[in-house]
Write a protein that binds this ligand. Structure first.
Ligand code: NAD
Ligand code: TYD
Length: 352
């Protein structure tokens, strides 16, 4: 048996592949284009493991995907592959439209062609799980209820609009063609192997390098943080027992302002790697706000908890400590991902 996992050289997909193979012998076929965000170093421990098959390629390449499906005959596809960084989507939305919308469309069509060819029993057992984000629901005001699965889609950034479009395609492929799909909409993830363009890893690495810790606007924007391994366990659960055609919100009940997150990281670094002089929080610098910056995200994960019996295992306090410790002890992974392409993004975004 095998599953096809797209984008498994990225942050969440990489953690998913590692966790999957730590508890199952079912082969992971990993289709990843290896954009700047894809890094095979994350999967180094699987290098000589026959249960991990890596194929460099694009989810939008219909000929390649059809060939892979025919050859490996997976019982499920888990789609992580996407352009995922909001700031990059503001600077250059084109790749987001291409991969997140056109790529997902092509993938759905390739998978539909394969699915139709299966026996009735295999057809019924097959699953296409689409990994999406809470950002499709737009932004919340301070007193609003967290996003539930019935909230309307109101995406505000090119990234979230492209993910919203992909969610709609997935839904339509179920409603129209009967493809057995599942969709998960998760809040902000953090943890090991997170590319250091996103807030948490960027702040950890800038802090220990003695650089400014950039906070957009007033730093009072709220995100609902989930430790990546809890997201992976939610996806495994939805894949195993989720009801076909349903969507599930995934979140950790951990709403924090950006300033709180950065201050927590600074305090942990003060404890784990004290500076010779002063405190890390002195490096905090308020910078120009993101265009169209969503004020607050919060997830109501009760459907997943009630109907599928999932619960996160980490609190924000336990997860962020593990994350800071991980970054302090994985300098080789960090130096491999912080290549020339990464440095040119920093200079474009922060004028470094
Ligand atoms: P990431 O940017 O770290 O990884 C994306 C991976 O997809 C990379 O390995 C990249 O090489 C690959 N990829 C990009 N375009 C591709 C293409 N056309 N074909 C094949 N592979 C391609 O992203 P992530 O943070 O791991 O997010 C994974 C998924 O989870 C995304 O769909 C994202 O929208 C969703 N999500 C992310 C978060 C978060 O906080 N990071 C939260 C909720 C949902
Ligand atoms: P990010 O990690 O990019 O995730 P997302 O935009 O998908 O929520 O950003 C998390 C929050 O941190 C978001 O409100 C933007 C903010 N932020 C900063 O204040 N400074 C930074 O340098 C970055 C990258 C993000």
């Amino acid at each position: 048996m095998a599953i096809l996992v797209t984008g498994a050289a990225g942050f969440i997909g990489g953690n998913f592949a590692l966790d999957w193979l730590a508890q199952s012998d079912e082969t992971v076929i990993n289709l990843d284009k290896l954009t700047y965000a894809g890094n095979l170093d994350t999967l180094k421990s699987l290098q000589n493991d026959a249960r991990h098959v890596f194929i460099k390629g694009d989810i939008g390449d219909s000929i390649l995907v059809a060939k892979l499906l025919e050859e490996y005959r997976p019982r499920a596809v888990v789609n992580f592959a996407a352009e995922s960084h909001v700031d990059r989507s503001i600077v250059g939305p084109s790749d987001f439209i291409q991969t997140n919308i056109v790529g997902t469309f092509n993938l759905l069509e390739s998978v539909r062609g394969y699915w139709i060819s299966l026996s009735d029993e295999d057809k019924a057992d097959f699953r296409f799980l689409h990994v999406s984000t809470d950002e499709v629901y737009g932004t919340l005001a301070a007193g609003d209820q967290p996003f539930s699965e019935t909230n309307t889609y109101q995406p505000n950034s090119p990234y979230s609009a492209s993910k919203a479009a992909s969610d709609h395609l997935v839904r339509a492929w179920h409603h129209t063609y009967g493809l057995p799909v599942l969709t998960t909409n998760c809040s902000n993830n953090y943890g090991p192997y997170h590319f250091p363009e996103k807030l948490i890893p960027l702040v950890i690495l800038n802090a220990i390098a003695g650089k400014p810790l950039p906070i957009y606007g007033d730093g009072q924007q709220i995100r609902d943080w989930l430790y990546v391994k809890d997201h992976c366990s939610a996806i495994r659960r939805v894949l195993a027992v989720g009801v076909v055609g349903e969507t599930y919100n995934v979140g950790g009940w951990n709403e924090k302002t950006n300033l709180e997150v950065v201050q927590t990281i600074c305090q942990l670094l003060d404890e784990l790697r004290p500076k010779q002089k002063g405190r890390y929080a002195e490096q905090i610098t308020f910078v120009q706000d993101r265009l169209g910056h969503d004020r607050r995200y919060a997830i109501d994960a009760r459907k997943l908890e009630r109907e599928l019996g999932w619960k996160p295992t980490e609190t924000f306090e336990s997860g962020i400590r593990k994350t800071v410790e991980w970054y302090l002890s994985h300098s080789e992974w960090i130096s491999n991902v912080t290549s020339g392409a990464y440095r040119s993004w920093l200079s474009q975004q922060y004028g470094e």
